[in-house]
Design a protein around this ligand. Sequence first.
Ligand SMILES: [Zn+2]
Length: 116
Amino acid sequence: MNTHKTDWSGVATSTLLARRGRLVARLGEAETLLAGSLVEQTRRCGRAGCRCADGEPHGPYVYFAPKPAGRGRLRYVPAALVEVVRRCVRTGAEVEAVLAEISAINAELLARRELR
Ligand SMILES: [Zn+2]
């Protein structure tokens, strides 16, 4: 994903509109997005005599952390779903970047009084 800030000022309006159209087409992937990140944590079960009591915790387990922070608690991700969730999180980051780029293009079009 190209995340560097682009200076659109020297770009033709027709080029901006075409790029905006291509960006919007990519939003079809949004259906599976997850906004957040994956975190790994270890756990202590608290049972007396368990190995975790001696400093060898269980896990690591994978959790989904919704974004923005505070938008909900960590959600356990079963091992069978880790790759799916990883892909959805990646989609979330890509959609966020696409939206930011569309907004930047529209701001440039506004500056030209050509927003439509
Ligand atoms: Zn334990």
